[in-house]
Write a protein that binds this ligand. Structure first.
Ligand code: KG4
Ligand code: ZN
Length: 340
């Protein structure tokens, strides 16, 4: 194998997906994800079950990532892992595994911030995908986070707005729960929204100062609305499901776009990248495309496989830090509330 090639293994275990990926010079050779079906019947992630499932999955997932990449463990130049933020029991599994592997292979260990990884996923080499120039604004929208971040270079990031309560993914998932949809409900709401009328029902947008978000009021408004309608028509949900989903999605996308407009105005930066599970949403993707035409923004939307939690995004941060020899040592610890 040519010595020019740099192989990085990324390991992600912050929530309910066990994932491993191998990158060669920033290009994906393998991207393996084991989803944990065990949480579906509880309507949300159960931390103890997630941790146990990570323990069962981690060895086969890493093994598969190495095999699919067509390399052997000894070809690796570094092992990168998610240090946080996330669920402690979940993070511990990936962290301990990565530490042992790096130690055993005598290669550098590299700690990665999960939220930074959602942003730097845009730097994975992929045909047809352009990388944003600096500075740009990143909106990270997932099940655990909602932030607007000013990105001045790979490692200089400033949070300029964030949610004061629920994350946007939770707004999708909790609304879905009210409607009797499975967990996580985001993808199902998205699918149904495409078939419904976004203006069928109107939900009030929260009023939050500056660049911060709030989603808990919306969830309550949806709950009361549905309860009221069900009193009059017990079949209300079944008869209007697509319209309800379209209206919820329209409202949420509107909230996100309103804040982005303020952020562009305040910073003078009109390069916008999105990341995190909710960036898979067709409504936000369409709204950003429209903003390109309407306001002249330059928008960056990740490939689908890099939107929800994955290890390729961990490995790309690993690669960028490897190039700067920015390594961790064996005393590093998983950190549930790691800041950006
Ligand atoms: O980034 P992610 O996989 O995990 C976290 O770090 O939270 O995001 C998961 C979230 C879930 O709330 C899920 O419902 C949401 O992303 N999601 C979507 C879509 N695909 C995933 N929300 C709306 N539309 C989608 N297409
Ligand atoms: Zn995530």
């Amino acid at each position: 194998m040519s010595s020019k090639n740099t192989y990085i293994l990324g390991i992600e275990s912050s929530c309910d997906d066990t994932a491993a990926s191998v990158l060669c010079n920033g290009k994906v050779l393998s991207n393996v994800i084991a989803n944990q079906a065990v949480h579906q019947k509880y309507g949300g992630v159960v931390p103890e079950l997630a941790s146990r499932a990570h323990q069962q999955n981690i060895v086969p997932v890493v093994d598969q990532a190495i095999k699919q990449a067509g390399i052997s463990l000894t070809d690796l130049h570094a092992v990168a892992f998610t240090q946080g933020p996330g669920l402690m029991g979940s993070l511990l599994v990936g962290t301990s595994f990565a530490k042992s592997l790096a130690y055993g292979l005598h290669v550098p260990l590299i700690d990665v911030n999960h939220m930074q990884a959602h942003i730097l996923a845009h730097f994975i080499e992929k045909d047809g995908y352009e990388k944003p120039d600096f500075p740009f604004l990143a909106m990270t929208i997932s099940g655990g986070h909602t932030q607007i971040v000013r990105v001045d270079n790979h490692f200089e990031m400033t949070v300029i707005g964030e949610t004061i309560d629920d994350a946007v993914g939770e707004a999708f998932d909790k609304s879905g729960k009210i409607l009797g949809l499975g967990y996580p409900a985001g993808p199902e709401i998205d699918k149904r929204a495409k078939l419904g009328n976004p203006k069928a029902f109107k939900f009030t947008k929260p009023k939050v100062a500056g660049l911060n978000f709030s989603f808990s009021g919306l969830k309550t408004a949806i709950l009361y609305f549905i309860q009221k309608q069900l009193k009059e028509n017990p079949q209300f949900i079944e008869e209007n499901l697509n319209d309800i989903c379209a209206s919820i999605q329209y409202t949420i996308v509107g909230i996100l776009m309103d804040k982005l407009k303020v952020a562009v105005k305040e910073t003078g930066v009109n390069r916008i990248a999105i990341g995190g599970g909710v960036s898979a949403n067709s409504g936000i993707r369409a709204a950003l495309k429209q903003a390109e035409n309407q306001y002249g923004w330059n928008t960056f939307v990740p490939a689908f496989e890099f939107t929800t939690d994955n290890a390729a995004m961990i490995a790309i941060v690993g690669y960028l830090k490897y190039l700067e020899k920015n390594y961790a040592d064996q005393t590093i610890m998983a950190t549930a509330r790691l800041k950006l």
